[in-house]
Design a protein around this ligand. Structure first.
Ligand SMILES: C[S@@+](CC[C@H](N)C(=O)[O-])C[C@H]1O[C@@H](n2cnc3c(N)ncnc32)[C@H](O)[C@@H]1O
Length: 179
């Protein structure tokens, strides 16, 4: 798998090159190729070095799964949710947060080799709360692929963008293991 350049991206066609795919490249370029109105929901946690000056990568900002913040090193992780139309809760959940046994371990997959993988359990709860089967979910910062794996397991369509080739490969390996 190679990093897609701005030139390559021009040849990408929606939906064939996008839906149910991990696309290696810069989300700021790739997102422009998705027609308006296609995405039902965006679920993402952007890199922790994101600010008005641009995007820095997690490897610099979040080496131990903690986050540098104005109050020091914290252990929270952010998750942003955007829903098309008039958002409403499809399923109500009372306790959506359950930590994984280790910060980079999924109970059914083992070690996830990314600095900040999100627990699939958590992503799945969000998906069930806010989307219907076959809805299209975009994660422009897909990292290790948790949103894609959770979407596939819950019969939702997904699009995942990721700038680092090694994480694109990891996400695809995780997806390939799902029956
Ligand atoms: C906080 S992590 C996402 C972790 C993910 N939720 C998971 O479960 O593995 C943010 C990811 O965004 C990627 N990233 C950074 N800048 C990017 C860009 N411009 N376009 C696409 N991906 C980018 C980083 O390489 C990193 O893997």
């Amino acid at each position: 798998m190679k990093i897609i350049t701005k030139e390559d991206v021009k040849n990408y066609k929606y939906p064939y090159d996008f839906v149910n795919k991990i696309i290696c490249g810069n989300c700021l370029d790739l997102i422009k190729l998705i027609p308006d109105g296609e995405i039902d929901c965006i679920i993402t946690d952007p890199p922790y070095g994101l600010n008005k000056n641009g995007i820095k990568n997690d490897a610099d900002y979040c080496p131990e799964g903690g986050v540098r913040s104005p109050i020091g090193r914290t252990k929270y992780m952010s998750c942003f949710l955007f829903r098309k139309g008039n958002p409403r809760l499809i399923q109500r959940k009372t306790d959506i947060y359950k930590d994984t046994p280790g910060k980079m371990v999924e109970p059914d997959e083992g070690f996830i080799n990314h600095p900040t993988p999100k627990p699939k359990h958590f992503i799945k709860q969000i998906i069930e709360m806010t989307t219907l089967e076959r809805d299209l979910i975009l994660d422009p910062f897909i990292g290790s692929g948790s949103t894609a794996v959770a979407s596939k397991q819950l019969n939702r369509k997904f699009i995942g963008f990721e700038i680092q080739e090694k994480y694109c490969r990891l996400a695809n390996e995780r997806l390939a293991r799902i029956k």
